[in-house]
Design a protein around this ligand. Sequence first.
Ligand SMILES: Nc1ncnc2c1ncn2[C@@H]1O[C@H](COP(=O)(O)OP(=O)(O)OP(=O)(O)O)[C@@H](O)[C@H]1O
Ligand SMILES: [Mg+2]
Length: 318
Amino acid sequence: MIEVENLSKYFGPFPALKNISFKVEKGEILGFLGPNGAGKSTTMRILTCFYPATTGTAKIGGLDVFSHSLEVRKKVGYLPENVPLYGDMTPRSYLHFVAEIKGVPRKERKKHVEEAMETCGVQSMAGKLIQFLSKGYKQRVGIAQALLGNPELLILDEPTSGLDPKQIIEIRQLIKSLAGEKTIILSSHILPEVSQLCDRIIIINDGKIVAVDTPDNLTHQLEKTSRLLVKVEGPSEEVIGEIGSVAGVKSANREGDVGDKGVHSYVVESDKGHEVRKGISKTIHEHGWGLLELRPLEMSLEDIFIKLVTKEEEGRNA
Ligand SMILES: Nc1ncnc2c1ncn2[C@@H]1O[C@H](COP(=O)(O)OP(=O)(O)OP(=O)(O)O)[C@@H](O)[C@H]1O
Ligand SMILES: [Mg+2]
């Protein structure tokens, strides 16, 4: 559906995108993740024909975004970072206006507009002036606008930014409900969001792609050591000593201070692939201590993101 090859974008001498390449399959939800200024919006603006790349190519449905800009625009629905809405129009009149610009035939416009409003849950606000809508409803109008003309591909630049938690959940559900039917690219800073919504994640930093994978693979790939959380009732120093001497365990550390009830949590690190849980439970049992909890601590996407981004920076400064 999308093929991006060696795309670069310079603003004057400044490289905002440095030679990025990726592909997106039809029906996929792809997440762009990256810190401020990483190049997420720049990539999206090139794909939506807002401005051309400096070098490299991008194709949507086999059509080059530069040489077949008009055809490409028909395939793409775009929610920009800042949605250009007209405050003195109502959602209904604004969406009619957008449908007209997008070339939806006059006879079909009403049906399309009402459908888009229903999908995005803006019908209750259809007749209110946009300037009086809450941010969440404005965002919904923005998504409804992107859906008009029935595009195959949706490009949503930070669809949930600035919304309250309830609105965030609602917009995520809305995006999920569109999955499968549409190919979707969205950008976000919120790691749990992309991992929940997306089939694949592209992590961008400083104009370069630093990782592309499924949320699960990203988590696993970067874990060199496994970490366990073990909660034990027993004398803390002894517990640390015994767990530390189980085969395969690299380190055992207490979480927090010594309490008076004799129950503590320990973070145990072991080599990846070395199963240490049996050994730990055995030694605790043999000492007559109580094993209250034993569970893997997965590295969060947050940890991975920081690791990838700082690794990049270290590399650059070296
Ligand atoms: N029109 C422009 N002129 C000059 N520099 C620009 C322009 N647009 C973007 N940049 C620069 O290009 C870099 C990438 O910007 P971009 O907007 O793509 O980042 P982003 O990943 O979307 O960040 P954010 O999370 O803050 O939205 C930034 O350093 C930005 O300052
Ligand atoms: Mg941006």
